[in-house]
Design a protein around this ligand. Structure first.
Ligand SMILES: Cc1cc2nc3c(=O)[nH]c(=O)nc-3n(C[C@H](O)[C@H](O)[C@H](O)COP(=O)(O)OP(=O)(O)OC[C@H]3O[C@@H](n4cnc5c(N)ncnc54)[C@H](O)[C@@H]3O)c2cc1C
Length: 462
């Protein structure tokens, strides 16, 4: 099949709106949110049905044509950025919530449905979707599952994996595998769906997703708590988990350098008289209480009495809550600072977190002392985000900063990617978090499921 033959067969399989070539290729299909250099694909296929996804893959498989899968393009690992000669398979037209089954507490959606649309459909039925993240307006549920995404409420609902009950997947040769399971219990053979969750588009294309929904949390209370140090934040976490159990919805830690950037450079008002070593944003559902705000304040007061909390701000209104969240969301404004940023989403076992934070500070002081090294993260999930806002006067190249941070993470038995995935950006560092035997198993799985290596080649594995 010649290149032109392939394009005309793809166009025939999807109709005139299904294929963009040449000048008609939208600029958005050249990049994701990782800041990796953009590259226009050879063509963009935009199938509207699972059958059309299957037809695209069948044709590309027969032609040996490499394909890059694209959802909402909010990924932070460069995995959806086209490599030379690739055709982009965009899920943007495979969109819509197909069903909310309130009796089963499940939702079935097409892969290209934006997460915010999935959340709204769940809420309209009086339930909630357990997946939430800052990119909710643009990211797709298929992309969330493909990256095993997890955001601010993982402490309550787990990562995407824990919320997925069933999937429909198209294999690289065009074979459709449908397993739209709605049950919590189903041990009939291998749960093959697990393989595709977090596979970053390297094993198959996710076309439909069944999610478990959850009861809506009621009377949610929000507070910003100042604590003495990292060990103190972990002690607070264990007390809150013990007291509130599954009602603890959010536990987001921010260290002093992070708050200093928010206050001195990004116009956030100082939350406390002096910047504490660590602040934690806490949300708890107090639906079982007759006086939710009062009981929450009393609980925090008790923890203050024990010395676990040094000071606290409680949200009394929606505006208060937005103000408390604005500290945690300040990294969305980092681009305004005009400094080159190196972003890390690492994880370290909680027992080693205090030492890792101290060692990160020491590494920054020794290697890039003028740059701003801000640390924040989903502490309950062992997930630490580190952003190095580089001062050119340091002369530290990004590779040297990455080598120092990843070596430290590996020493602590941590992971180079807690949530954003490997894509292409973290591929060179994968062996720091996975053994040779694990990498060999991953390669065998890839070779078995995509023997022609046409799907997202060069992502995750080299
Ligand atoms: C402001 C902001 C906040 C974020 N916060 C978080 C966070 O808290 N937690 C978190 O985990 N991530 C976060 N992210 C990263 C990103 O939003 C997630 O990785 C998201 O799940 C990607 O979804 P997407 O639809 O945009 O996928 P894309 O960026 O389009 O693709 C991501 C990867 O998945 C593959 N892929 C996409 N769709 C499919 C499919 N249907 N089938 C197979 N493979 C597919 C792509 O090939 C690529 O490798 C954030 C990003 C931004 C910009």
């Amino acid at each position: 099949m010649t290149a032109d033959d392939l394009l005309s067969r793809l166009a025939a399989a999807m109709g005139p709106r299904g294929l963009a070539v040449g000048a008609a290729i939208p600029a958005r299909n050249a990049a994701d949110a990782a800041g990796y250099p953009p590259r226009s694909p050879r063509a963009v296929a935009m199938p509207e049905t699972t059958a059309e996804v299957a037809a695209v893959l069948r044709l590309c498989h027969a032609a040996g044509q490499p394909v890059v899968v694209q959802g909402g393009l909010t990924g932070l690992a460069g995995g959806a950025v086209p490599r030379p000669g690739e055709i982009a398979l965009s899920l943007e037209r495979l969109r819509g919530v197909e069903e909310v089954d309130t009796a089963s507490a499940t939702l079935t959606a097409r892969a290209g449905t934006p997460l915010a649309e999935v959340q709204a459909a769940a809420e309209a039925a009086g339930l909630v979707c357990g997946i939430d993240l800052g990119a909710r307006g643009s990211c797709t549920i298929g992309g969330n599952v493909a990256t095993n995404a997890g955001g601010n409420q993982v402490v309550r609902y787990g990562m995407a994996r824990r919320n997925v009950l069933g999937l429909e997947v198209v294999q690289p040769d065009g074979t459709v595998v449908t397993g739209l399971n709605k049950m919590m219990k189903n041990n009939a053979g291998y749960d093959w769906t697990q393989l595709y969750i977090g596979s970053e588009g390297t094993l198959g294309v996710i076309t439909r997703v069944v999610l478990a929904l959850h009861p809506r949390p009621r009377a949610v209370q929000t507070a910003l708590c100042a604590v003495a140090d990292t060990a103190g934040a972990l002690a607070l976490l264990s007390r809150l988990a013990d007291r509130f159990g599954a009602d603890l919805l959010v536990f987001e830690a921010m260290w002093r350098e992070f708050l200093a950037v928010a206050v001195s450079r990004l116009e956030r008002s100082p939350p406390f008289a002096a910047i504490p070593e660590v602040v934690v944003l806490v949300e708890v559902a107090m639906g079982g209480s007759a006086d939710p705000a009062g009981d929450f304040a009393e609980a925090l007061g008790g923890l203050m009495g024990e010395g676990l909390i040094a000071d606290a701000l409680l949200a009394r209104s929606g505006a208060d809550r937005a103000r408390l969240w604005s500290y945690r969301e300040s990294p969305y404004d980092y681009a305004r600072l005009g400094l080159p940023a190196i972003n890390f989403d690492v994880s370290v076992p909680r027992a080693g977190m205090a030492a890792a934070v101290a060692e990160l500070r020491a590494a920054a002081q020794a290697g890039w002392p003028r740059s701003l090294t801000a640390m924040f993260g989903h502490l309950a999930d062992s997930n630490l985000h580190v952003v190095v806002l580089q001062d050119p006067a340091d002369g530290a190249d990004a590779g040297a900063v990455e080598a120092a941070v990843y070596a430290l993470v590996a020493r602590h038995g941590g992971s180079i990617s807690a949530e954003h995935g490997i894509g292409v950006i973290k591929r060179p560092w994968l062996a720091l978090s996975r053994s040779a035997a694990e990498l060999a198993l991953m390669r065998r799985l890839k070779a078995a499921l995509d023997p022609g290596d046409i799907l997202n080649p060069g992502r995750v594995l080299g």
